[in-house]
Design a protein around this ligand. Structure first.
Ligand code: TYD
Ligand code: MG
Length: 464
């Protein structure tokens, strides 16, 4: 067979080129062109690909009025792991494709093995394709998890065509591919794990899911920068993207939905890694607090709202004399946002950190994306700079704008209630989040409502 002509596709923008170039001619990104089989990209007669490739989607092309289309609720099959079902929006969906990413060793294979076993026990036909570990290694893990009698079918295979043939023959309810980076197709010359292979294999598996109704779960590795290795297009291709977060040194793991066509995003599931696998944590609000016997400078507890549950996370800051070009580093928080908050602190509250190194960390390996963390970060920085701890039982939340205004956080009452429940006693919160007038004392929590960052600093001085 004559070798097919391959072309080069940009993994950032999808632009194509006939030959390899260092810089993408379409979007200008460097080093993003990867080889791909020409038929997969431009076969048939349009640039969306081989027309036969999408034949299965071409069945119903007559026009319909939106109001006449019946809105059927998607049927979900609960996995039996409550925290996983929570992030999935209730369970797995027939024909749905889920991508689950995370650092090596964080627990992806463990979680999925537990999930497929639970599904198998509930009478579903489950298939686990392992490309990274041998069948014996998977068996060893399942024994460790106490699942030695598991009826889950296991296939140790990395060749796409063979996997697809087996899937087609057995038509399981759920198939796990662990991991997509190990799968390769004969159609491409590039190595397994390369962008072209990952993209091509994921496309085939997605198509299989849509035509067969099998729920497919793809395990993906993440790069050092925290993005899924391989093209970003993977995220667009699938229905649900879940990320594992957490510090591999602590036992807690978060599974976060980044994208979900069948449920809410930013919902999180919380697990604890035990010697018998991952166990759901139903009440996670206090797990990200480090235990200081006495308050220490630079530490402020933030009440964050992840998905539907409030959680308390300790924010730590260290401000220390820097060299000629001081460093700003953040772990679990956005670095650009940190730079912005430092500018606001300087301009509106007169707190200058220009010549200081500033390090900020969210304890426990959580990633905090919501701006409601601003106030806690700024208070932690100020506390570290002045070497003065915040009072015992102190919490804060609220977004801070460039003009120095403190903006309300969504669902403030819920956050306050959670903090009060956990025994916190003093809070600085945005005015709009304070309980109705007069109620400064909220279930044992003394609340200081502020409108501006200067006011927050004044309150801190009275507290110390
Ligand atoms: P694993 O699921 O293999 O990670 P991934 O597939 O994301 O790379 O996670 C394995 C880690 O979890 C490993 O470091 C050992 C630990 N572990 C436990 O602590 N308890 C267990 O019951 C199992 C199976 C693993
Ligand atoms: Mg694994």
């Amino acid at each position: 067979m004559a070798k097919e002509k391959n072309i080069y596709v940009c993994s950032e923008c999808g632009g194509t080129s006939a030959k390899w170039l260092g810089k993408c001619p379409s979007c200008g990104a460097w080093n993003t062109l990867v080889e791909q089989s020409a038929s997969a990209v431009s076969g048939g007669n349009n640039r969306f690909g081989n027309t036969a490739q999408f034949a299965s989607l071409a069945g119903s092309s007559e026009l319909m009025l939106l109001s006449e289309i019946e809105a059927v609720d998607i049927a979900r099959t609960p996995t039996g792991l409550d925290e996983l079902d929570r992030v999935l929006g209730g369970g797995i969906v027939a024909g749905g494709v889920t991508l689950i990413g995370g650092d090596p060793g964080i627990g992806k294979s463990t979680l999925l093995l537990q999930a497929v076993d639970a599904l198998q026990r509930a009478g579903q036909n489950a298939l686990y394709v392992t490309g990274e570990e041998s069948g014996a290694q998977v068996a060893l893990r399942s024994k460790r998890l106490g699942l030695s009698q598991s009826q889950v079918q296991v296939m140790a295979e990395i060749q796409l065509e063979k996997i697809l043939a087996t899937l087609d023959a057995s038509r399981p309810t759920i198939a796990v591919i662990d991991s997509i980076q190990t799968v390769y197709s004969d159609q491409l010359t590039s190595a397994p794990g390369s962008v072209a292979q990952v993209r091509e294999c994921a496309a085939h598996l997605t198509r299989f899911a849509k035509t067969s109704g099998t729920a497919v779960v793809l395990v993906g590795h993440v790069t050092k920068e925290g993005a899924l290795a391989g093209p970003r297009v993977l995220e667009h291709m699938v229905d649900t993207v879940l990320y594992f977060e957490g510090d591999t040194h602590s036992s807690f793991r978060l599974v976060r939905a980044i994208k979900n066509r069948f449920g809410a995003v930013n919902e999180i599931g919380v697990f604890a890694m035990t010697e018998r696998g991952l166990k759901g944590v139903t009440n996670p609000s206090a797990i990200f607090l480090s235990q200081h016997s006495e308050p220490v400078p630079g530490s402020v507890v933030l009440v964050t709202l992840e998905g539907t549950r409030p959680m308390l996370v300790e924010i730590q800051a260290l401000v220390d004399n820097g060299g000629p070009s001081p460093r700003r580093l953040s772990v679990g928080l956005d670095r650009d946002r940190l730079a912005m908050l430092l500018a606001v602190l300087h301009r509106h509250a007169g707190v200058a950190c220009m010549d200081q190194d500033v390090f900020v960390n969210a304890v426990g390996g959580v990633r905090i994306g919501e701006p409601a963390a601003d106030l806690a970060v700024m208070l932690a920085i100020t506390s570290s700079l002045r070497g003065k701890p915040m009072p015992k039982g102190f919490i804060a939340f609220g977004e801070v704008g460039l003009a120095g205004e403190v903006r309300p956080a969504p669902r403030g009452q819920e956050r306050l209630r959670e903090a009060a429940k956990l025994g916190f006693s003093v809070a600085i919160v945005p005015k709009a989040n304070a309980p109705k007038k007069g109620a400064r004392d909220f279930e044992g929590l003394t609340i200081h409502a502020v409108d501006r960052i200067e006011e927050a600093m004044d309150v801190v001085r009275t507290l110390a």
